[in-house]
Design a protein around this ligand. Sequence first.
Ligand SMILES: [Fe+2]
Ligand SMILES: [Fe+2]
Length: 359
Amino acid sequence: MSTNWETAEALKAPMEICWQFDYEIGIEKLRNLYSKSKQRQWDAEVDIDWSQPVDPSKPIIDEGQFMFDRLSVIKKLSPSKREEFTAHMSCHLLSQFLHGEQGAMMTAAALTHAVPDYEGKLYAATQTMDEARHVEVYERYINKLAVIYPISPWLKSLIDVTLQADHWVKIAIGMNMVVEGLALGAFHNMRRATTCELLRSITNNVLQDEARHVAFGNVYVGETIKEMDDDEREDIAGFAFEAVKLMSDSQGGARGDGQRAPDPGFLQMLATVGIEPKDFIASLMEAGASGLRAKMPPGQIHSFKDLMMPALVRVGAITDRTREMYAEAEIPVWEDASQLEALEDSETGVADLDRAEAY
Ligand SMILES: [Fe+2]
Ligand SMILES: [Fe+2]
């Protein structure tokens, strides 16, 4: 047996882990989530029809919904080059999902260790298995399409900060609300937009699981924060702000209309398809100057507005003190949880969100 230490990356975590010898179920909602998780297990190998073809020359995510399509640097590419760009661009995005899923698998395992309640441990163990499946399906899909690109630095730092947090509530906030909030919005939008049946079926299955993961954050974190004293609550709220700020900076602000942070993996992707990064950046600046913005088509979910911020407000992870910090950072504290609730109540993680069509 050989262990792949050369490519492994180690982190030290200060988390307190605990046993629980009281096997009484105290939190009924968590028991229900655990039951649902057991019933809804699926096998990535058997339940997905991997024989469906993936045509790398076809856009994997509907071209029309790509803001990049409107950039002059892309418009002047030949049709075949443009398709190649779309495929690699999709792989870059899907690689972020893949790495994010690995992070989610590790944070779920960390929750299994750290949560104090028996039913919390049972639930977190099922989430760990869910995330393992998600890693498996995205790895397999990306390798059918093209190549795996490196993790974006902001995503790596956000997940590292989460993995190295000293309290399980911070892990649940960093992963189940912030990272999964973004992922859930992106999965939902991708499922609607994709022209690839295989990708759609993968995403359908993943979404079913993710809806439970977000619900867990709400049920368990909310109860725990309620019982905290002010200092503890402020510590948690401060962490939530840092996590949201990290993500917001990387996305060009919470509204998504500012400058995004540079991403070496994205530059590598451009080089692979033969686009000069400086031409690409110039084209982006030109588009920005002419008022071209990534506009969301109707029916799309806005991760910050519809999922992440309402989830944080609902569990009490935003205090008067941090509200001022959000205001200063120009991150609106959106509170309308109706989209989030529709998703948590749905059996599929999908159907009810489609009511957002008129939104
Ligand atoms: Fe996942
Ligand atoms: Fe998840």
